[in-house]
Write a protein that binds this ligand. Structure first.
Ligand code: SF4
Length: 89
């Protein structure tokens, strides 16, 4: 049986949750370029989850963790927070 790569759409839960602070975001779209599988842009340029109904919290699969960390570090408005799932405290 072939191995299967699972991301935020697989059967495993996301490795992390990307939180977008809308009070900071200015809709320039850098994060959408770094995470094209998870984010697209709405008509005003603001990030929009491709696979989730939530606009504030986006599931991030294991294979996208590096890109998500880059998005957090490079967001010019410090609007992104990456929160590991399944961990407390
Ligand atoms: S990179 Fe930051 S400021 Fe730019 S669209 Fe994404 S969340 Fe908003």
């Amino acid at each position: 049986m072939a191995a299967r790569t699972l991301g935020s759409t697989g059967t495993r839960p996301p490795a992390a949750r990307l939180h977008i602070d809308w009070t900071r975001c200015d809709g320039r779209g850098l994060c959408t370029e770094l995470l094209p599988r998870e984010l697209t842009r709405d008509r005003w340029g603001y990030p929009l989850a491709t696979k989730s109904a939530s606009r504030s919290d986006v599931g991030i699969g294991e294979s996208s963790l590096d890109a998500a960390n880059d998005a957090v570090a490079l967001c010019p408005k410090l609007a992104l927070t990456l929160i590991p799932t399944g961990k407390t405290g």
